[in-house]
Design a protein around this ligand. Structure first.
Ligand SMILES: NC(=O)C1=CN([C@@H]2O[C@H](COP(=O)(O)OP(=O)(O)OC[C@H]3O[C@@H](n4cnc5c(N)ncnc54)[C@H](O)[C@@H]3O)[C@@H](O)[C@H]2O)C=CC1
Ligand SMILES: CC(C)CC(=O)C(=O)O
Length: 365
């Protein structure tokens, strides 16, 4: 990948490589766009096959956050970070505090939170070094782990998508294939089970599978079988790129609606599933609940207010399908159009000069 060519193509602002020999930290912080406000996005810890794969993941995830915040109506930009390492054995206080110092060094341009492989406890360690972190322990007046709220938003978005496909939003009796039953999807499965859906689950972590089978009477399949099982809804809740040339021909579902970021391997796969008649809930629209939740922390966390805003994911999904039908475009393009229109409007807005403590007239001592 030619980095500057890619960054110019999608108009990225910043890509920061973070190295701390003492703690072993190797991390990437990517800020895509801060037109709407400071970049907010989770910190993923994963065992990448290469540095290039980690950089590419950070870039794609950061841009997704810009669109996620814009489509959700938040005054936030898009950013994301990845820590290269095994979350099961490479974590340490020194590692996360070193990461926190890099976040602090960006002086509020990037605010971090949880993502794959990181937890509230990890965020609390980062919080030792910077206030530009969300999803920390409720003891600090925060919202804690955002995953359950993300799950609730995915549940509401899935219902809205089901309504588009079958005319009513009930999940009772629907068979739902869930790929990856970690933080978000375990909570999602609870909502689906309570509404009477039949669950098929898979995970590369057998403990995660066992937990879901025991709690929700789910049927377990191997990771490579999840794409071909007979089901009504395929819910990708693991990593990205899972809608691709190999998997699309296997899918039996009518609806694709899940928590995972960057589900489409390439944009052309979004065109392909549209042409094949799939009802696809764009990932950054349906999984915005966690972001909405932690964004509320910046106002002084109020759970009722946050959950009311998460409920609007249902309406946002309906809006995306309306644009898709009106303009005869795939839903992923409809979502991009919704987000880009808001970002461009703000880029174009030329605010009149306002006297404030930050203006150049107040800089001199
Ligand atoms: N945590 C949050 O609030 C949010 C998470 N997301 C996205 O949702 C997805 C899940 O996030 P979390 O639940 O927080 O992460 P997690 O790490 O708790 O869960 C992911 C699960 O997927 C499993 N997995 C990984 N590769 C797999 C494969 N090839 N096949 C089957 N299972 C596999 C892992 O073993 C793990 O159990 C990620 O894509 C994340 O970026 C999006 C918005 C917010
Ligand atoms: C802001 C986090 C809670 C979630 C996140 O990074 C995401 O929505 O992908």
């Amino acid at each position: 990948m030619k980095l500057f060519e890619y960054m110019e193509k999608y108009d990225y602002e910043e890509l920061l490589l973070c190295q701390d020999k003492a703690s072993g930290l190797k991390a990437i912080i990517c800020i895509h766009d801060t037109t709407l406000g400071p970049a907010l996005g989770g910190c993923r810890m994963w065992t990448y096959d290469s540095e290039e794969e980690a950089i590419e993941d950070a870039l794609r995830l950061a841009r997704g956050m810009t669109y996620k915040a814009a489509a959700a109506g938040l005054n936030l930009g898009g950013g994301k970070s990845v820590i290269i390492g095994d979350p099961r054995k490479d974590k340490s206080e020194a590692l996360f505090r070193a990461f926190g110092r890099f976040v602090q060094g960006l002086n509020g341009r990037y605010i971090t939170a949880e993502d794959v492989g990181t937890t509230v406890e990890d965020m609390d360690l980062i919080h030792e070094e910077t206030d530009y972190v969300t999803g920390i322990s409720p003891a600090f007046g925060s919202s804690g782990n955002p995953s359950p709220v993300t799950a609730y938003g995915v549940y509401k978005g899935m219902k809205a998508t089901v309504r588009q496909a079958w005319g009513d939003d009930s999940l009772e009796g629907k068979t739902i294939a869930v790929q990856g039953v970690g933080n978000v999807a375990y909570n999602l499965c609870r909502y689906l089970h309570e509404e009477g859906a039949r669950l098929i689950v898979t995970d590369i972590n057998q403990e995660a599978v066992r937990r879901a089978v025991e709690a929700f009477g789910a049927r377990a399949v191997d990771p490579n079988e999840i794409y071909s099982v007979e089901c009504d809804i395929f819910a990708p809740c693991a990593l990205g790129g899972v809608i691709n040339d190999e998997t699309i021909p296997q899918l039996k579902a009518r609806v694709i609606a899940g928590a995972a970021n960057n589900v489409l391997r390439e944009e052309r796969h979004g065109d392909q599933i549209h042409e094949l008649g799939f009802y696809y809930a764009p990932d950054y629209v349906i999984n915005a609940g966690g972001l909405i939740n932690v964004a509320d922390e910046l106002l002084g966390y109020n759970r009722d207010r946050a959950m009311r805003k998460v409920e609007t994911i249902y309406d946002n999904i309906e809006k995306v399908f309306e644009i898709s039908r009106r303009d005869n475009i795939p839903t992923y393009r409809a979502a991009d159009r919704m987000a880009e229109e808001r970002i461009q409007a703000m880029k174009n807005a030329r605010s009149t000069f306002l006297q404030n403590p930050k203006s150049i007239l107040n800089m001199k001592e």
